[in-house]
Design a binder for this molecule. Structure first.
Ligand SMILES: O=C(O)CCC(=O)C(=O)O
Ligand SMILES: [Fe+2]
Length: 270
């Protein structure tokens, strides 16, 4: 049975909020055990093989970076990760009690892969600047291998989310970046507007990461989250998973109007 290894005390929780607001990212080590990371890593490789067998080539970066989309329904371990209490607690704090999941994928930076290119995450890349200030979306990078300077760890430019715009072509290259070097089993939270990229992998081994994004409930998810589990598959799952997959939005009875409003802790009351 999976066990919860990490729970944040309130001081650490405050630090996460501070860093996400001011710096744009925060790493927590040892959120999952090595065994859990290995189990997820194996599940990803099976999905890669399936993708290839089915004729899906989700590779980019000279064919050396590979994406596996829509993983939440594809193994129980991903259903556990997406609703990990530490992760959900952080995103509820940053994005509202009624937070939803936006996308959950794997990103494998293979040997010899070039850097992934500086960018901002959805929905920012679909928006015009100036972006709204504050947090509307957040990224969770799950490290299923040690992330090192050499093997394609994610790099971020501290404070760049405060520009409220995307980097101009070539702009980020001239700035100092922070590389997310941390052991397998760690996670990095980022503000979705941070300027970031996966770095080049100069080793002979792939670097496997998972990317779980969460939105304020006013922002449409990037992937079709509601349809990744069938009604039957979802029946025995937790309320929080149903919420994250947008499957238990408390719509009002039509006779009672549909005027949800902003609350202290979100948009809809969760
Ligand atoms: O895998 C990584 O290190 C980051 C990838 C990324 O930023 C993305 O796919 O949006
Ligand atoms: Fe990204």
């Amino acid at each position: 049975m999976l066990h919860i290894k990490s729970a944040l005390d309130s001081e650490r929780f405050d630090l996460v909020e501070h860093d996400l607001t001011e710096v744009g990212f925060h790493i927590i080590e040892n959120v999952i055990t090595d065994d859990e990371a290995d189990e997820a890593r194996e599940a990803i490789w099976k999905l890669v093989e399936e993708d290839i067998e089915n004729g899906f080539d989700h590779s980019y970066g000279d064919g050396k970076i590979r994406r596996v989309w829509a993983i939440v329904g594809k193994s129980p371990i991903f259903r556990y990760f997406i609703q990990h209490p530490t992760v959900v607690a952080v995103w509820k704090r940053m994005l509202g009690e009624d937070v939803i999941a936006s996308t959950f994928t794997a990103n494998i930076v293979g040997p010899g892969a070039p850097d992934g290119g500086w960018h901002i995450d959805y929905p920012y890349w679909a928006m015009q600047s100036p972006f709204p200030s504050g947090s509307i979306t957040g990224q969770t990078v799950w490290m299923l291998d040690d992330f090192t300077e050499e093997n394609g760890a994610t790099a971020c430019i501290a404070g760049s989310h405060k520009t409220l715009r995307r980097p101009e072509l070539g702009e980020a290259e001239g700035l100092e970046s922070s590389v997310a070097v941390a052991p397998k089993g760690s996670i990095m939270f980022t503000n979705g507007a941070i300027w970031h990229q996966s770095r080049a992998n100069q080793t002979d081994k792939p670097r496997v990461g998972l990317l779980g994004m969460y939105n304020r409930s006013v922002i449409y998810p990037q992937e079709d989250m509601p349809r990744q589990l069938t009604d039957d598959e979802l029946a025995g799952e937790s309320d929080v998973l149903k919420q994250l997959l947008c499957r238990n939005i408390p719509f009002h009875h039509p006779d009672h109007g549909q005027n949800f409003h902003r609350t202290e802790s979100g948009f809809r009351q969760a």
